[in-house]
Design a protein around this ligand. Structure first.
Ligand code: APR
Ligand code: PHB
Length: 395
C-alpha cells in the first residue's frame, strides 16, 4: 500500500490530522493498535478552547459540538470553604470554553472518516516506522497474521505517550523533560445532572484537590485527588461522594446529586515534553510529544493546535512545494506547548496537597487564591490561559 501521509494512532490527534489533510486533497492512512470501541472507551477530559472548536468546524464536523456542547463563561474556585467565580468571558474580551467530551470529539471524527471512505487499519500489531531520515519512509505492521508495508512521503506520530514513533528516534536525537506528581486523580462518571453546569469548579482544601465537571446536562464527571498507589476498589460510591462533598463549600456540597457510577478510575499526573517534534520525515503530535497534568484541561487542546500547525505545514508542502512550514513546525508547536505546560503545572501546584505542603504551604496556596480572585490582573492571567492563548502568540 502507498499513501502520502501515514498516520500512526487514531486518537484525536491522528483523526483530526487525517480529516484536515483529506479536506486539502492529501491522501492518508491511519494505523491504530486498538479497536474503535477500545479507543472510544477511554474517558478523558472535555473542555474545548475556541481554537479547537474552530478546527472541528474547519474539519467539517462542527455541527454536533455546536448543538450539544455547553458554553462556559466562567470558572469557579473553592478554597477555605468558600466558592468564588471568575468571569472568564468578561476578562478576555468575550472568550469562552465549551464543555464537550473527548469521547464525542473522537466519535465525530471517526464517523466523518468513515463517511469519507478513508482507510483506517485498526488492531494492527507490531507497528514499526522505518527510513524517516530518507525521502521514502515506510511503516510496517501485522494484521490478520500477515505483514503489511505502507510506503509514504511522511509519517505523523500521533500514537500517544506510549507510542512507537518517539521510541524509534535514535537515542541522543531527542531530549525529554518530565515531572511526575506524587498523587493521582480518582475520576467518576455518573448519569446525574452536573452540580455546576455552566462552569468547572476547582477545589483546594486541606483534604486535597477536587473538581466538578460534566459531559452534558445529564452526565457529570467529578474528581478527587488521591494517593498515587490507591486502588479503585478501596473507593465505594458512597466514600467517593462523601469525600467530594467534604472538599467543597457547604452550598455546593448540598446540591450534588449522587447516583450509580458508570466509570471509576485513577489517573496519574505528569508533565512531559519531548524536543524536537520533527525527525526528518517523521513528526510527533499530541500526547506522543507532550503530556500535561489534567488540571486546566489543556491536553486535547494542545493536540489540536499541534495538528493545526502540522496540517498547515504539510498542505503548504504539497501545494507550494515549500518546506518552510515543515521546517518550523517543531519550533512553533513547542512555543505553544511550553506555555500550556507552565499553566497546567502552576494550576496543579496551586490546587493540590503535596507531601510537603504542610500548614505553611496550605496558607500560601490560600493567600495566592485570595489574591487571584480579588486582583483583576491576576484573574486575567488565569482567564486568558484557560480560554487558550492565541495561536503563534508572542511571535
Ligand atoms: N501503533 C499504532 N497505534 C498506537 C501505537 C502503536 N504502536 N501506540 C499507541 N497507539 C494509538 C493508541 O492506541 C491511541 O489510540 O495511538 C493513539 C493515541 O491516542 P491518544 O493517546 O488519545 O493521543 P492523542 O491523539 O495525541 O490525543 C491527545 O488525549 O490523552 C489525551 O490529554 C490528551 O486529550 C489529549 C489527547
Ligand atoms: C474533565 O471534564 O474531565 C475536566 C475538566 C476540567 C479540567 C480537567 C478535567 O481541568
Amino acid at each position: 500500500m502507498r499513501t502520502q501521509v501515514a498516520i500512526i494512532g487514531a486518537g484525536p490527534s491522528g483523526l483530526l490530522l487525517g480529516q484536515l489533510l483529506h479536506k486539502a486533497g492529501i491522501a492518508n492512512v491511519i494505523i491504530e493498535r486498538q479497536s474503535p470501541d477500545y479507543v472510544l472507551g477511554r474517558i478523558r477530559a472535555g473542555i474545548l478552547e475556541q481554537t479547537t472548536v474552530d478546527m472541528l468546524h474547519e474539519a467539517g464536523m462542527g455541527e454536533r459540538v455546536q448543538a450539544e456542547g455547553v458554553v462556559h463563561h466562567s470558572i469557579e474556585l473553592v478554597f477555605s470553604g468558600v466558592r468564588h467565580a471568575i468571569d472568564v468571558h468578561g476578562l478576555t474580551g468575550g472568550k469562552v470554553v465549551t464543555a464537550y467530551g473527548q469521547t464525542e470529539v473522537t466519535r465525530d471524527l471517526m464517523d466523518a472518516r468513515n463517511a469519507a471512505g478513508l482507510t483506517t487499519v485498526y488492531e494492527a500489531s507490531q507497528v514499526a516506522v522505518h527510513d524517516f531520515d530518507s525521502n521514502s519512509p515506510r511503516v510496517t505492521y501485522q494484521k490478520d497474521g500477515q505483514t503489511h508495508t505502507l510506503d509514504c512521503d511522511f509519517i505523523a506520530g500521533c500514537d500517544g505517550f506510549h507510542g512507537v514513533c518517539r521510541a524509534s528516534v535514535p537515542e541522543g536525537a531527542v531530549t525529554e523533560y518530565e515531572k511526575v506528581y506524587p498523587f493521582g486523580w480518582l475520576g467518576v462518571l455518573a448519569d446525574v445532572p452536573p452540580v455546576s453546569p455552566h462552569s468547572i469548579v476547582y477545589g483546594n482544601s486541606e483534604r486535597g484537590f477536587s473538581l466538578c465537571s460534566m459531559r452534558s446536562l445529564t452526565r457529570s464527571r467529578y474528581y478527587v485527588q488521591c494517593p498515587m498507589d490507591d486502588k479503585v476498589e478501596a473507593w465505594s460510591d458512597q466514600r467517593f461522594w462523601d469525600e467530594l462533598r467534604s472538599r467543597l463549600d457547604p452550598a455546593l456540597a448540598e446540591r450534588i446529586v449522587t447516583g450509580p457510577t458508570l466509570e471509576k478510575s485513577i489517573a496519574p499526573l505528569r508533565s512531559f515534553v519531548a524536543e524536537p517534534m520533527r525527525f526528518g520525515r517523521m513528526f510527533l503530535a499530541g500526547d506522543a510529544a507532550h503530556i500535561v497534568p489534567p488540571t486546566g484541561a489543556k491536553g486535547l487542546n494542545l493536540a489540536a493546535s499541534d495538528v493545526k500547525y502540522l496540517s498547515g505545514a504539510l498542505i503548504e508542502f504539497y501545494a507550494e512545494k515549500s518546506a518552510a512550514g515543515i521546517d518550523t513546525y517543531s519550533q512553533r508547536a513547542l512555543a505553544r506547548i511550553w506555555k500550556a505546560e507552565r499553566f497546567s503545572w502552576w494550576l496543579t501546584s496551586l490546587m493540590h496537597k503535596f507531601p510537603d505542603t504542610g500548614a505553611f504551604g496550605q496558607r500560601m496556596q490560600e493567600a495566592e487564591l485570595e489574591y487571584l480572585v480579588n486582583s483583576t490582573a491576576a484573574s486575567t492571567v488565569l482567564a486568558e490561559n484557560y480560554v487558550g492563548l492565541p495561536l503563534d502568540w508572542g511571535h
